[in-house]
Design a protein around this ligand. Structure first.
Ligand code: SF4
Ligand code: SF4
Ligand code: SF4
Length: 470
């Protein structure tokens, strides 16, 4: 199909939107717009009213019709402004059969975020740990690995580099973290890049030493916490099987006492808390912690624990959290990510976009220098893509298997290839691998994702067509 380059004045709208009233008819048009092949329709009933959603699955753009308006569309009986409304959203072709093209930047293929597994040991034994961590195994990152990794990251053509310390538990190696940061700051004197530091911690090992380091280098500290005491203690446990909720909250208090705010919490959702959606939101709201709920990913210890959500459960929890988070005015990152992907043309979140960020914006490096496409793969030997002591990250990125992974899109996955929501979604490679033994399958939580996209479309209709002012 031929393309007509146009900056898309992109805003999803109900069909009678007047936002395009001021648009001037395209000067090249000599005959009417045309319907476009390959579009899908979704019949939706919202609060007793029937609607038809016309959607272009290639780009995830959509428009809502009443049944009467949809009949006019089918009969080629739209006004010029209405056709233009469809055209600029990639839902109609012009007189020559051309469609709009967007010029949004492609996802990067040079990493700017590196997950630095500063320690692969961990003091806890969370029942779903995808890296199967404990304090009986694991290593601390070596200085030669640090030096090589830092110099290679600084050499890449990116202006900003984020070092995210993870593990295992990153705070099992605060001294290593300090050495890494000091080396990075020193080596950067000849590169002048913008450096950012972040960690995600279980928050049970917060010490004065760590807090001093975090303050000195503006190290952002995210935590892992699955909601109120009962929810967290069922799965986030120490070597004796004892829940660690009180220790986490003590860590949060210590951070706040020293002036460091929690940079968000990852809230893993599974059998331990999926039916406590309201309590989870209330807990994070009361404690003023922004959170990102997400279902348990299937790898490592989870393969035998089977804690992840059953089909439909993640969606029900999402929906309840959606309403409650808005009511409580607490930032729930999963709402924003899914809303952005459902409503907007630019889908930035690296884990809900084809191709995803694995071996593109992100890489993950283990203590011995082994490189993995993203954090989720760090325990899976077969997904090792190189070692920073043996080759450069730039060269690793050019390897054939890495190129193949970088170009993994919906077209490579049978179910996603024909999915109406494929432009809004992305099956997580490592979760698909954990569940199906291959990265070329749909996401294990596919059914819930479809329900979430439909729910958000219905919400949009409710808020903008039924209750909106347009
Ligand atoms: S999930 Fe995190 S805190 Fe829990 S055992 Fe694994 S690495 Fe440790
Ligand atoms: S493999 Fe999964 S976790 Fe890793 S970047 Fe891709 S979607 Fe995100
Ligand atoms: S994972 Fe499921 S919802 Fe997402 S694109 Fe694939 S088939 Fe569609």
């Amino acid at each position: 199909m031929k393309g007509r380059r146009l900056f898309r004045q992109y805003r999803l709208c109900k069909f009678h939107s007047n936002i395009l009233d001021t648009m001037i008819r395209s000067p090249w048009m000599s005959s009417p717009y045309q319907k476009l092949e390959g579009l899908r329709t979704l019949n939706r009933q919202v609060d007793g009213h029937d609607f038809v959603v016309l959607i272009n699955p290639e780009i995830g753009s959509w428009c809502v019709f009443t049944s009467e308006d949809y009949a006019r569309y089918l009969n080629d009986n739209l006004t010029e402004v209405e056709w233009e409304t469809l055209y600029v959203r990639g839902l109609a072709a012009d007189d020559e059969g051309c469609v709009v093209e967007t010029d949004f930047p492609s996802p990067a293929d040079v990493p700017s975020v590196v997950v630095v597994n500063i320690a692969t040991t961990c003091n806890l034994r969370c029942k779903y740990c995808f890296a199967d961590c404990s304090d009986e195994k694991g290593d601390l990152m070596r200085e030669d690995v640090m030096r090589s990794l830092i110099s290679q990251m600084l050499s890449l053509p990116v202006p900003l580099v984020t070092f995210e310390f993870q593990g295992g538990e990153a705070l099992c190696n605060v001294e290593g973290m300090r050495l890494f940061i000091e080396l990075a700051e020193k080596m950067n004197e000849s590169y002048h890049k913008v450096l950012r530091y972040r960690t995600v911690t279980n928050a049970t090992l917060i010490t004065d030493d760590f807090l001093e380091l975090a303050k000195k280098y503006d190290l952002k500290v995210g935590i892992s916490l699955d909601g109120p005491r009962d929810c967290t203690d069922r799965v986030r446990v120490d070597a004796q099987g004892k829940g660690v909720f009180d220790r986490v909250m003590d860590g949060v208090r210590r951070m706040r006492d020293s002036g460091i705010e929690v940079d968000g919490a990852v809230c893993t959702v599974g059998q331990h808390n999926v039916h406590c959606a309201k309590e989870i939101v209330d807990f994070f709201a009361e404690n003023k912690i922004e959170f990102k709920p997400r279902p348990v990913n299937i790898l490592g210890r989870e393969i035998t624990s089977n804690l992840t959500t059953k089909p439909g459960e993640w969606f029900e929890a999402y929906k309840e959290m959606y309403y409650r988070s808005k009511e409580k005015n607490i930032n729930n990152a999963s709402i924003h990510i899914y809303e952005e992907n459902t409503y907007g043309p630019i889908r930035d979140y690296v884990c809900l976009r084809y191709p995803c960020g694995a071996a593109r914006e992100i890489i993950s490096v283990n203590p011995n220098g082994d490189v993995y496409p993203c954090d989720g793969f760090k325990g899976e030997e077969q997904f090792k893509i190189g070692n920073v002591l043996e080759e450069s990250i730039a060269d690793i990125m050019k390897k054939e298997p890495v190129r193949k992974l970088q170009s993994r899109t919906a077209k490579d996955i049978e179910k996603c290839r024909s999915c109406t929501f494929r432009a809004m979604c992305c099956s997580c490679c490592y979760s698909a691998f954990g569940k199906f033994g291959t990265i070329y399958r749909e996401d294990p939580h596919c059914a819930d994702r479809r329900l979430i996209f439909l729910f958000l479309i219905d919400e949009w209709i409710r808020n903008n067509v039924l209750n909106g002012s347009e």
